[in-house]
Design a protein around this ligand. Structure first.
Ligand SMILES: [Zn+2]
Length: 251
């Protein structure tokens, strides 16, 4: 039987291990960056920060991180979409859930209002996406990358639709298994360790399949996808076939 007196030591040990792992990762990425500078490593362009060169591997996936700004493939895909397709009036009001700082840096000087939000209190607004404490039609653009898989997405999508002004748009990305026709979720899986195994993260409630745009459309949105194709994949180290989804509320 476990001695209760031993238990308080476990948490510090875990965080020490995590700290050590992060330090090793940082040192490894720094070394890669240095080698690239020395040998002029050929490669990619980061549309987020403009870096040219090799990217750093993570967990056996080559070329995942930009060593200059830490962007991941989905960030670079989003920035490509923003560069090519986003048309934003200066009067736009933007609400950004679980905000990535570089997106805020880009949006804030270009729009009338840019506000960040999350379920915790570390952002401008503390909001539950499944019951958003805001009036109808309050924002023109709402951004939520990798948020919907953590909560009741039907409630959240209905709320996003309500809070968007007519003609407004929601920009979404989620973990999606392209080989699956349907989203995989199982409400009986509640233990964080089981969720990690089934849904790849301790706080994920599901992994989406190709029906994700249908789930967004069910809330009233017209949905379009921006997909990582060549030549962008090899130029910007994108995940082949990854998608950004844009849902429009009718004007
Ligand atoms: Zn970069």
């Amino acid at each position: 039987m476990t001695d209760q007196a031993d238990l308080p030591d476990l948490a510090p040990q875990r965080s020490d291990h995590e700290r050590e792992r992060k330090l090793k990762l940082r040192a490894f990425r720094g070394l890669r960056c240095y080698i690239d500078m020395v040998d002029g490593g050929r490669g990619y362009h980061c549309p987020v920060c403009g870096y040219e060169g090799r990217f750093s591997p993570v967990r056996q996936k080559p070329d995942l991180w930009c060593p200059a700004c830490d962007s991941r493939p989905r960030h670079r895909l989003l920035k490509l979409w923003m560069n090519r397709e986003l048309q934003l009036p200066a009067s736009a009001r933007v609400l950004h859930f679980a905000a990535e700082p570089w997106i805020g840096d880009w949006f804030a000087p270009r729009v009338a209002e840019y506000v960040t939000a999350d379920i915790n209190d570390k952002f401008d607004l503390q909001l539950d996406m499944t019951a958003i404490d805001l009036p109808d039609a309050r924002y023109d653009v709402i951004i939520a990358n990798h948020v919907l898989e953590h909560l009741d997405d039907r409630k959240a999508l209905a709320e996003l639709y309500r809070v968007l002004a007519p003609g407004g748009m929601v920009i979404l990305s989620v973990p999606l298994v392209d080989g699956w026709d349907e989203t995989y979720e199982d409400p009986s899986i509640t233990d964080p360790e089981d969720r990690l195994i089934h849904f790849t993260d301790r706080t994920h409630l599901r992994l989406y399949g190709r029906d994700f745009p249908d789930r967004v459309a069910a809330a009233g949105f017209t949905v379009r996808a921006f997909t990582a194709h060549e030549p962008d994949v090899s130029r910007h180290a994108l995940q082949r076939g990854e998608k950004i989804f844009v849902g429009r509320k009718p004007a």
